[in-house]
Ligand binder design. Structure first.
Ligand code: NAD
Length: 307
């Protein structure tokens, strides 16, 4: 496993991190034991960065991650969680709620400090509440030593870059924008790096699109993107490669994107995800898959409150 500095935060993170959404049964039902097993397998294979949110499984993922991580030295891992999103359509970026949320996350994660807290999916919040309340709450928690780094996450890159320019966060989490079918994060990197932000890239499998099994029912991608991703999976299978392997290798190989979060509650998938990073990329297969995905390159979907 490669370890890289996360911007200028002073944190060092594994090139691949474990996202705990799957531990909250966001993709399929998962037991406590499975959740603990995958966290321990991740740690044993060199993963030191773990990301979660109170939203994942209605706090279940945080409790499971916190419980599993009691088995390892606290300072050997970087833990990020989030505040402001608590349900599919439940957001609260008020100062009071974000402050309270940090306290609750500290308890569920069984720690006295959080390495990173992101305001979760800020495109759903009112920009002035996000900046003047939620962000102030994170800054206060950072000053009090409860959190080490503060930032925001979301889908639309223009929302994230505007937030970065206004708030000068330590970290930004972007998802589904640096993977085989979407590389628009690269265009935003210079703007984010101007503020020396630590960049976290999430969803290298595009939330399941870039796998042989395909995405979950709720996946928000337009039909054309789903169809082309399925075609890429078929192409990969016919050529004896696994689309997820290529997707992980692709997403993790650029040093300007220091860490990438993948989620799984399946220990075999986890082991494979770590193993492929050390393997040579099959450049012919990669070019073939990129050609299949070319008609939908950078095609995304809307995220935010209904207009
Ligand atoms: P992902 O791209 O990691 O895809 C996860 C899906 O791929 C799951 O269904 C998983 O079972 C499956 N999978 C994993 N490895 C596989 C393999 N080798 N073969 C086949 N299938 C495999 O998407 P994600 O879960 O959305 O993102 C990862 C993490 O990033 C999340 O858990 C979260 O921590 C973070 N994230 C944050 C935000 C946000 O803050 N708004 C949004 C998205 C993701």
């Amino acid at each position: 496993m490669e370890y890289r500095p996360l911007g200028t935060t002073g944190l060092e993170v594994s090139a691949l991190g474990l996202g705990a959404s799957a531990l909250g049964s966001m993709f399929r039902p998962v037991s406590d034991d499975e959740a603990a097993e995958v966290v321990h397998a991740a740690y044993d294979s060199g993963i030191t960065y773990f990301d979660v949110s109170p939203y994942y499984g209605g706090t279940v993922a945080e409790s499971r991650l916190g419980s599993a991580l009691t088995a390892v030295p606290r300072r050997s891992v970087v833990i990020s969680t989030k505040a402001g999103r608590y349900g599919e359509n439940l957001f609260d970026f008020s100062r009071t709620r974000v402050t309270q949320s940090i306290e609750e996350s500290l308890q569920r994660l069984r720690t006295d400090y959080l390495d990173i807290v992101f305001l979760h999916d800020i495109e759903f919040g009112h920009p002035s509440q996000v900046l003047e309340e939620g962000w102030r709450a994170l800054v206060d928690a950072r000053t009090a030593g409860k959190i080490r780094c503060a930032g925001a996450s979301g889908l639309p890159l223009d929302v994230l870059t505007r937030f970065a320019a206004a708030a000068q966060p330590d970290v930004i989490l972007s998802y589904c924008h640096y993977c085989l079918n979407d590389t628009t994060l690269l265009d935003a990197v210079p703007r984010l790096m101007a503020g020396r932000v630590g960049l976290v890239n999430a969803s290298p499998l595009a939330m399941g699109l870039l796998t042989q099994n395909g995405p979950p029912e709720w996946h928000p991608a337009p039909a054309q993107l789903k169809e082309q991703a399925a075609a890429a999976a078929r192409w990969a299978e016919c050529h004896g490669v696994d689309l997820a392997d290529l997707a992980l290798q692709f997403a993790t190989r650029r040093p300007e994107i220091p860490t990438t979060l993948v989620s799984t509650a399946n220990a075999a998938h986890l082991a494979r995800n770590v193993r492929v990073l050390a393997e040579a990329v099959d450049e012919t297969a990669l070019a073939g898959v990129l050609e299949v995905l070319a008609p939908v390159m950078n095609l995304t979907w809307a995220s935010g409150p209904p207009t």
